[in-house]
Design a protein around this ligand. Sequence first.
Ligand SMILES: *[C@@H]1O[C@H](CO)[C@@H](O)[C@H](O)[C@H]1NC(C)=O
Ligand SMILES: *[C@@H]1O[C@H](CO)[C@@H](O)[C@H](O)[C@H]1NC(C)=O
Length: 612
Amino acid sequence: MALKTNSADGRTRSTIQIFIVVGLCCFFYILGAWQRSGFGKADNLAMAITKNTGDCNILSSLDFETHHGGEVGADSDSKPKVIDPCHPKYIDYTPCQDQRRAMTFPRENMIYRERHCPPEEEKLHCLIPAPKGYVTPFPWPKSRDYVPYANAPYKSLTVEKAIQNWVQYEGNVFRFPGGGTQFPQGADKYIDELASVIPMANGTVRTALDTGCGVASWGAYLWSRNVIAMSFAPRDSHEAQVQFALERGVPAVTGVLGTIKLPYPSRAFDMAHCSRCLIPWGANGGIYMMEVDRVLRPGGYWVLSGPPINWKTNYIPWKRPKEELQEEQRSIEDVAKLLCWEKKYEKGEIAIWQKRVNADSCPQRQDDKFCKSADTDDVWYKKMEGCITPYPDVSSSSEVAGGELKTFPERLYAIPRRISSGSLPGVSVETYQEDSKLWRKHVNAYKKINKLIDSGRYRNIMDMNAGLGGFAAALESPKLWVMNVVPTIAEKNTLGVIYERGLIGIYHDWCEAFSTYPRTYDLIHANGVFSLYNNKCNIEDILLEMDRILRPEGAVIIRDDVDVLAKVRKIVGGMRWDAKMVDHEDGPLVPEKILVAVKQYWVAGENSTSSQ
Ligand SMILES: *[C@@H]1O[C@H](CO)[C@@H](O)[C@H](O)[C@H]1NC(C)=O
Ligand SMILES: *[C@@H]1O[C@H](CO)[C@@H](O)[C@H](O)[C@H]1NC(C)=O
């Protein structure tokens, strides 16, 4: 080994230093070696011990898992700080959509339902407990129709929406009959009607946005058609609709169309949908439709069903004045004209518009209505402006602005136009292809560590730092979905690429709480998150937020530099997670490591965990 060379050699000296750093075992080994033979002078060793530096990569025979210097430090320092459970009243705590904080903000334009996060000094530093009796949700597709009562013990929807057939309470489960206010014949029949206008069957339409989604039956029933819907609804004082959606295994976040831009890039969705979503589309100069227009891709569809469509027949059952509904529809039609959308369909209570494929199709639009901001994807906490997002330029009148998309699933690995056009600085076609290959390799390695990954055991999956969406693409399966989060501080804004691949995602700042209820993800993947947020916010806060949104017995995969992971590992030691450090699939020499963890099962009112 390294000690065989001349002790006067400087390289050997630095190698000895490395041995010291990598841990006690090595220390004893060196000590033994030193006592055994003549090489290695005591001075050298003493010097090496005081100098605490080293590059571990040279030492192929060492096992990083237990010997790295960072970890030795962590172990010898102290035991991990034990983080206690929060009071049981916090079982449904959503820090940025907290009812009490919301009520201190104006109700005007739904401002009070937007994100309002607790300031630093009001953040909780405890573990959010699960309700008593909590169980792992049913596997998909049963979860589409049944949710265990104990997981979301709120019966108010079953009473309020009883006639509308949203949800029924049966024994210890909720049953979702696939109805909705707008789907008296069931969601499948409703989607059939939409599919007569919108090309869903051949993979042309893949990504959808459901604004004001209720319990997300629309998204749930689109699943079998290979369309993936991002659903959102505001937090409600008691109903917890988005929580039901996530318990059912349908992608959803808490959100509202108020005064702030939606947390999605421009040209993301192939289709947007509102069924009785109570958004005043024609109001405020059409600002809400302009925001939908921004996130809709050229050629994308907008579906509006329910009031005011078909007001002539329905104004009596809706108990609304005829004139008011007529005016409402007229203002919606006016905004649609301004946006240059083409009306494709109106029958019964369903109306469908299509966004044109490029600006050439709309020569009559006035320049002064266009947004001035250069970056249409800079949306985090930015106010909606009431202007039209311009189309990307085209070179011929038949070209689709921003590029025509391949059908799904081909789209998943096709070269996204945002990359081939060079609009994403630093990402070339080659780096994109390399990234795809790398993530297929990483995911294969994950499957060896955790055999359950694509078994259906994990349905709601979060990738906290999704990059180009390689993790989600490699995992793609009808059994699961991935919420691809692009941190607002990420160096590259890749969310547009993720949508171009036919995946879904959202912008988020991990220094704050995510827009979701506790226990809504089965598996969380965090690649480089802690390096990215190093010195930006507290590691412990990010870990506590991960714990909040992770189901009991849910799994975590953290991939990061070994020094950062050592700190993370120490904190999770006090968080009721069973954690294990694993080498990179290329071996122990790679400084990037993987920390895999499982959240223990425990519920409110229990002092200790099952394994302690
Ligand atoms: C998909 O179907 C629609 C409507 O039937 C059709 O217009 C379109 O050309 C089809 N696209 C492909 C790629 O097959
Ligand atoms: C929790 O632990 C404390 C102290 O160990 C004990 O007094 C208390 O009864 C325990 N509570 C429950 C619910 O087990």
